[in-house]
Design a protein around this ligand. Structure first.
Ligand code: WQD
Length: 344
C-alpha cells in the first residue's frame, strides 16, 4: 500500500473520480467533505468500482479544530488534494463573502495544519479561469494572470498566491497547482458522475438533463462570438483523464521528482470545441436529439479558451486520452443511471 492521502472534497465530482484513481494506484484515501454540494452515497459508488470504501469524515474544513482532530484520528497522511470549494461562477457574484470565506479559510486551515502532521505536499485544484480571456491561444502556464471576472475565479487566483507565498516563506511542504479547463463526463461504470444540486449551471449536466427530458430546451448562450459557428469555445477534458493527472502529480510530489517546490500545469486536451459542435457530437454519439435554442450571451463568459497541454504531456508524462464523443456518451450513460435510480 502506498502512502495515505487526504482528499478534501472527495465526495464531489472530480474528487470522487480522483479517489478511484488514487485507490487503483495503491494509495490509501481519507475523504473529508461537508456534503454541502455532494452526497454520502458517492462512497458506495467508489466502493463498487474499486472494492475499497475510503475512510470518510463529514466535516466543514473551515472548522480548524475539527480538522485538527480529524488529522489526529487519521495519522500518517502524507499528501492532500484540495478540491473542497464553492464553484458556481454565477452564485459567486451573488454571494461573494460565502465564496471568499469558504474557499480561502479552507485552504488557510490546511496549510496551517500540514507542518503539525508532517504532511509533505498539497495538490491544488485550480482553474483556467485565472487566465481570463487569454491574449494568445492555446494558453500556456506562462500566460499572464488576468483580473478575475468573478469572485469564484478570484479565489482560485488568491489561493494560488497564498500557496506560493507560504512555500516561499519556507513552509516544509511542496505544492502542485493544476489548472483545469472544462472537466466533463463520468466514470465508464456509471457508478459515479456529476450530480449538480438544483438547476445545473454548467453545460453538460444541463445538456444531458435536456436530452432525458428533465429540462425542456437547452439555451445556447450566444452565437455572435468570433468563432467558427459563433458559439463559445472551450477545452472539454474527460474527468477520468483529469483524475489520473492528480495521481501522477501526487507521485511526483511525494517522490520529490522536482527541485521546484511549486509547479503549475494546465490540464486540457489542447483542442477547442464550440458549444454547437459539442451538441452535434453528443447527438452523433448517443443518437439522442438535444432541443436547443440560441439566446443572448451569458454575462462573464470568456469567448474562447483552450489549453496548450505540452508541459503536462512532457513533464508529467500525462495526456488526455478519451475522445469528446466517448466522454459525452459517458455523461449520457450516467444521466440514464440516475433516471434508473430515480434520482433525477
Ligand atoms: C461552458 C460553455 C457557456 C450552460 C465554469 C468555470 C470553470 C469550471 C467549469 C467549476 C460556455 C455555454 C453553458 C448552458 C450554454 N468551474 N453554456 N448553455 O463557464 O466554461 O466554466 O465552469 O468547476 O472554472 O469557469 O463552464 O459549462 O458553465 O459553460 O451555452 O446552459 O457552455 O456559455 O460557453 P465555464 P460552463
Amino acid at each position: 500500500m502506498k502512502q495515505k492521502i487526504l482528499v478534501a472534497g472527495g465526495t464531489g465530482y472530480i474528487g470522487s473520480h480522483t479517489t478511484v484513481e488514487l485507490q487503483h494506484a495503491g494509495y490509501e484515501v481519507v475523504i473529508i467533505d461537508d456534503l454541502s454540494n455532494s452526497n454520502r452515497d458517492v462512497l458506495d459508488g467508489i466502493e463498487k468500482i474499486t472494492g475499497i470504501r475510503p475512510d470518510f469524515i463529514e466535516l466543514d474544513l473551515k472548522d480548524k479544530e475539527g480538522t485538527r482532530e480529524a488529522l489526529k484520528a487519521h495519522p500518517g497522511i502524507k499528501g492532500i488534494i484540495l478540491f473542497a470549494a464553492s464553484k458556481a461562477v454565477g452564485e459567486s457574484v451573488q454571494q461573494p463573502l460565502k465564496y471568499y470565506r469558504n474557499n480561502i479559510v479552507t485552504l488557510l486551515n490546511l496549510l496551517d495544519l500540514m507542518p503539525e502532521f508532517g504532511i509533505e505536499g498539497i495538490v491544488f485544484s485550480s482553474s483556467c479561469t485565472v487566465y481570463g480571456q487569454p491574449d494568445e491561444l492555446p494558453v500556456t502556464e506562462n500566460a499572464p494572470i488576468k483580473p478575475a471576472t468573478s469572485p469564484y475565479g478570484n479565489t482560485k487566483q488568491i489561493n494560488e498566491e497564498i500557496i506560493c507565498d507560504t512555500i516561499h516563506a519556507g513552509a516544509p511542504f511542496k505544492s502542485i497547482l493544476l489548472r483545469y479547463f472544462n472537466p466533463i463526463g463520468a466514470h465508464p461504470s456509471a457508478e459515479i458522475g456529476e450530480l449538480p444540486n438544483g438547476v445545473p449551471q454548467n453545460l453538460i449536466p444541463y445538456l444531458t438533463q435536456t436530452a432525458i427530458g428533465i429540462r425542456k430546451e437547452l439555451s445556447v448562450f450566444g452565437n455572435d462570438y468570433d468563432t467558427p459557428d459563433g458559439s463559445c469555445i472551450r477545452d472539454y477534458i474527460n474527468v477520468v483523464d483529469l483524475a489520473k493527472a492528480h495521481v501522477i502529480a501526487m507521485d511526483r510530489m511525494l517522490e520529490n521528482k522536482s527541485d521546484d517546490r511549486v509547479e503549475v500545469f494546465n490540464l486540457g486536451t489542447g483542442r477547442g470545441v464550440t458549444v454547437l459542435e459539442l451538441i452535434n457530437t453528443f447527438e452523433k454519439g448517443t443518437g439522442v436529439k438535444v432541443p436547443h435554442k440560441i439566446v443572448g450571451r451569458r454575462e462573464g463568459d470568456i469567448e474562447k479558451v483552450w489549453a496548450n497541454p505540452e508541459k503536462a504531456n512532457q513533464v508529467l508524462g500525462w495526456t488526455a486520452k478519451e475522445t469528446l464523443e466517448d466522454t459525452l456518451v459517458s455523461a449520457w450513460n450516467w444521466q440514464k443511471k440516475l433516471r434508473e435510480r430515480g434520482i433525477q
